[in-house]
Design a protein around this ligand. Structure first.
Ligand SMILES: Nc1ncnc2c1ncn2[C@@H]1O[C@H](COP(=O)(O)OP(=O)(O)O)[C@@H](O)[C@H]1O
Ligand SMILES: [Mg+2]
Length: 222
């Protein structure tokens, strides 16, 4: 087993819901080792996105601690937090959030530009080749299919070689064939580059590819 690169300890998160409190996460705890593929499955509304957002620094828990690469992320200032997001974390979301006025290549290069790495063009082209979308590199998002957009997002998420790749229902908008393709790409990235992956899904088949399959139910992981 690789070293522990993410730890979430006794995480609680609730939302105000009129007069009531909606407890979404209650004692959510997880340890992630380098090279793990963790799939978190659960019914719609059970808190998968909430958990992923907290683990990936996008949201803060009410209580509990998240450590990434041994750093307590609640102790980081905005600048260091942005740096961690840019350099240690990759995100793939169900909605792609590609920038419409930039090409596929430019979208995938964005995190590298932010990190002042100007020499990543051939790296993106290599990943595009690997993912089978190289001939689409100069297309704008509106000129790409759902499956192609998903692969551009995946490239953008891994271009800075993140410690952890997070994916929130990455196949949510794809048909069965493209979902299967995307899942096999995640697998390939894990086995070829030992990429650590945490992904959520409500699809049981998709969850099966994790080496750790977790169920989120009533705010806790089992
Ligand atoms: N910002 C928010 N304010 C209030 N309730 C929220 C907010 N975000 C999510 N919720 C509620 O919290 C629960 C968990 O949401 P979410 O984490 O998105 O679930 P999932 O991703 O598993 O579908 C849902 O019942 C949702 O309605
Ligand atoms: Mg969700």
């Amino acid at each position: 087993m690789g070293k522990i690169i993410l730890e979430a300890n006794e995480i609680y998160k609730s939302y105000a819901n009129g007069r009531n409190k909606l407890n979404v996460l209650t004692n959510f705890t997880i340890k992630v080792h380098q090279g793990d593929v963790i799939t978190i499955i659960g019914e719609s509304g059970c808190g998968k996105s909430t958990a992923l957002n907290i683990m990936s620094t996008l949201d803060q828990p009410d209580k509990g601690k998240v450590k990434i690469d041994s750093l307590d992320i609640s102790k980081l200032n905005d600048m260091n937090l942005s740096k961690i997001r840019n350099q240690k974390i990759g995100f793939v979301f169900q909605s792609h959030y590609l920038l419409p006025e930039f090409t596929a290549l430019e979208n995938a290069l964005m995190p590298a530009w932010i990190a002042n790495k100007d020499d990543k063009k051939s790296a993106v082209e290599n990943i595009f080749e690997y993912l089978g979308i190289l001939k689409r590199k100069d297309h704008y998002p509106s000129q790409l299919s759902g499956g192609e957009k998903a692969r551009v997002c995946l490239t953008r998420a891994i271009i800075n070689e993140p410690l952890i790749l997070f994916a929130d229902e990455p196949t949510g908008n794809l048909d069965k064939k493209n979902s299967e393709k995307l899942v096999s790409l995640f697998q390939k990235i894990n086995s070829d580059f030992n990429q650590t992956i945490i992904l959520t899904t409500h699809n049981k088949e998709l969850a099966d590819f994790g080496n750790k399959k977790l169920i989120l139910e009533n705010g806790v992981l089992t």
